[in-house]
Design a protein around this ligand. Structure first.
Ligand code: NAD
Length: 300
């Protein structure tokens, strides 16, 4: 099974990942397994391309009539300038991580936020009319903020330390207010500290009124896995606590929230959610994710 010589034909369509580094990416294995499983005549490769190379890479996408693919760091912003059309979320964010080529017209999508919201839904959490606190204003957090607004969240309260991302949070607030005026957005600076107790005061009121708390920063991820931005005194049983970090699978924030009895949603499901959304955009059907996970476990 799964032999390349039996899979690739003269008509096989190419999809690919563009960015750098890409050598560690799990995407080729996931999509190629799915194409094989679903008997789809497509192949997915990873291409190590930097921002400077993206224009020429994109010419190749057109000349080779690639069916679709993904963009990862640091190419997500430049990609949004090279595609022909952008989805509403990608237009607001100004970046795209997925593209689909339909008869020569290339549309860019940003699916990080869709994947995150889909994973919340899979865990029984709807964002409609909800009051959300989100920490971070980088790539992942911005995509989630925009998707929360597009999916009907009532309030989105953004917290970020005073680094270059704080301005990005302010610009996201302005863009959401213009495009989705029913969603109230605030931006507040956090103190940069390894002791979450130092930020209790600044976070307390917004978390008290929130339904969902999301960490969209790198804090919690290795090598910051011993840190958290939220003091556990701020958790209460009826707060949903979600993380974008998937390595480790359970961050310190998630473990402490679990101790208090909060419903928790880890970052691994966001990754799968994104893959599912992308596959549907590429192929028009559900990705065989359970079968892929089984295949991976059996072929470790
Ligand atoms: P980014 O570099 O674009 O953003 C980094 C964010 O972390 C910014 O908001 C920055 O202010 C914040 N930050 C950095 N140092 C900090 C500190 N000392 N204290 C407080 N905040 C700090 O990164 P990104 O691509 O948006 O990734 C953010 C997180 O999202 C990462 O942990 C990544 O693993 C995760 N992520 C998960 C998925 C998934 O599918 N689960 C997808 C993309 C990203």
């Amino acid at each position: 099974m799964y032999k390349m010589d039996q899979r690739i034909s003269g008509r096989t369509k190419l999809l690919g990942l563009f960015g750098t580094p890409v050598g560690h990416s799990g995407s080729p294995a996931m999509y190629n397994f799915s194409f094989w499983h679903d008997n789809i005549d497509c192949a997915y490769l990873a291409f190590d391309v930097n921002v400077e190379g993206m224009k020429r890479a994109f010419d190749a996408v057109r000349i080779l009539n690639m069916k679709g693919g993904n963009f990862t760091m640091p190419c997500k912003n430049i990609a949004a300038e090279l595609v022909d059309k952008l989805s509403p979320a990608a237009e607001i964010v100004g970046a795209c991580n997925t593209f689909v080529n339909e008869d020569g017209v290339i549309t860019g999508y940003i699916t990080d936020g869709v994947g995150f919201v889909l994973n919340l839904e899979k865990n029984g959490v709807s964002v409609k009319d909800k009051n959300v606190v989100i920490l971070g204003a980088g790539g992942a957090a911005t995509a989630i903020q925009v998707q929360l607004a597009l999916d009907g969240a009532k309030e989105v309260h953004i917290f970020n330390i005073e680094d270059e991302f704080l301005d990005r949070a302010k610009s996201t607030k302005a863009k959401i207010e213009e495009r989705v005026p029913n969603c109230k957005v605030t931006v507040t600076a956090l103190k940069k500290t390894e002791d979450p107790a130092e930020n209790v005061e600044v976070l307390a009121e917004k978390i008290k009124n929130a339904d969902i708390l999301i960490n969209g920063t790198i804090i919690g991820m290795k090598p910051y896995h011993e840190q958290t931005l939220v003091d556990k005194s701020l958790f209460r049983k009826d707060l949903v606590v979600a993380d974008t970090v998937y390595n480790p699978e359970k961050t310190r924030m998630i473990l402490e929230a679990e101790e208090i009895g909060c419903k928790v949603v880890g970052g691994a499901g966001m990754l799968i959610g994104q893959g599912t959304v992308n596959y549907k955009l590429f192929i028009g059907k559900e990705m065989p994710i359970e079968e892929f996970q089984k295949f991976k476990a059996e072929n470790k």
